[in-house]
Design a protein around this ligand. Structure first.
Ligand code: CU
Length: 394
């Protein structure tokens, strides 16, 4: 009889594990230090994909393929309160949904395993569900993208529209008064839960687009790049507590195709789109040959509808020959330079050319010392015998 049970258990456990198509490690930590646009640094909680990686806000984007059996191994390396990973908008069962009260919390140095079948292709959020008002504000959130069944990274869903490039955009805010030790190091007790103090007011000072704001977004090093005439799919989500309103240039003919991971019954064609907390929308835009396209994101108070901030992010279309993937790969240093002087480890056989970001030629030459010290701060394009590099003066 004993033998029979053992064999049965082996069979059952084997069938569960054999089904896992994709396993993903996510690490949770409480020791984040996020640099904001004005140089201030604020304490954060967050997620990372490896032990060597510092946490950032938002956390790493998780990519899954529709239909895959997925296992997320959540390793909580933080001190203090437990954490979970709640899969926001995904149709997973209660046991794997990351709502601790209904399943399990993951304590210091423990692993929590979330197993589920990736639902239909779309854009989702994941976040901690322990005192989520505080832990989400602290930074424990990220985007989860489910690709079509075939894993195609350039298709909205199985059999759906194709695109050339996708941009993952998460809006959120930071109220630094929520990031003090007094709020973040809240008490917890597994046997006798202690009420947690949640601040009365939420008055954010920083309004983030994918973790950046203000001068960080206007810094050319943080532009989003896409080819001229590219069709671009914006995967927008709101991980903050304010409403957001996206304002697209009319020239890109914005069409919203999906909402909360579901195709819309009809495309929503409009130059503005409101995204409320927790919502996700997929919007297709068509770029042309302009060098820049900017999208404004307004943040409005949900109680008063008052717009508290407008952030602008910039899509820079690449000039012929500029491959964004080669940006930091070649032999000119330092990039960026604080003095405007760059050096090359290569002896140039023919002349190189340097262009401003708007396409004006600044200089040409063969010198291994490249002196742009008389030029304003910003980004420049270096071109030489078919390879291209961005030079940044900051
Ligand atoms: Cu948490």
């Amino acid at each position: 009889m004993k033998k029979f049970y053992i064999i049965l258990i082996l069979l059952v456990s084997h069938s569960v594990y054999a089904q896992i198509d994709y396993s993903k490690l996510i690490i949770g930590r409480n020791n984040g230090a996020k640099t904001l646009h004005d140089g201030n640094v604020t304490n954060t909680f967050g997620f990372a994909e490896s032990l060597g990686e510092l946490i950032d806000v938002p956390g790493p984007t998780i990519y899954l393929n529709e239909g895959d059996s997925v296992e997320i191994d959540f390793w909580n390396m933080s001190q203090g309160a437990p954490h979970t990973i709640h899969l926001h908008g995904l149709d997973v069962n209660q046991e794997n949904d990351g709502v601790g009260a209904l399943s399990f919390d993951v304590y210091h140095m423990a692993h929590g395993f979330y197993r589920f079948k990736a639902p239909h292709a779309g854009t989702y959020l994941y976040h901690c569900h322990v005192v989520s008002t505080i832990h989400v504000q602290a930074g424990m959130y990220g985007v989860l993208v489910v690709r079509p069944q075939n894993g195609d990274p350039n298709q909205v869903w199985t059999g759906g529209e194709a695109y050339e490039k996708e941009l993952i955009i998460t809006s959120s805010e930071i109220d630094t008064n929520w990031h003090t030790d007094a709020v973040l190091d809240h008490p917890y007790d597994t046997i006798n839960p202690v009420p947690v103090m949640i601040p009365d007011d939420y008055i954010p000072q920083y309004f983030l687009v994918s973790g950046l704001s203000d001068t960080q977004l206007s810094n050319p090093a943080n532009y989003y790049w896409a080819a001229e005439d590219a069709k671009v799919y914006l995967r927008q989500s709101n991980a903050g507590y304010y409403g957001t309103r996206y304002i697209y240039p009319s020239s890109v003919s914005a069409r919203t195709l999906s909402s909360d991971g579901r195709p819309l019954p009809a495309e929503y064609v409009n130059d503005t789109l409101e995204v409320y907390p927790g919502e996700r929308y997929g919007t297709m835009i068509q770029l042309g040959s302009d060098p820049f396209y900017t999208i404004d994101v307004e943040y409005f108070d949900l109680n008063t509808n008052e717009v508290k901030s407008t952030q602008t992010y910039t899509i820079r279309t690449s000039m012929a020959g500029l491959d964004e993937n080669s940006i930091f790969s070649s032999t000119i240093y330092p990039v960026p330079s604080s003095t405007g002087v760059f050096y090359s480890s290569e002896e140039f056989q023919s002349e190189y050319e340097i262009y401003s970001i708007t396409g004006n030629k600044i200089l040409e030459g063969k010198n291994m010392r490249i002196d742009l010290s008389d030029q304003p701060k910003g980004m420049y394009i270096f071109q030489y015998e078919g390879w291209t590099k961005k030079l940044l003066i900051n």
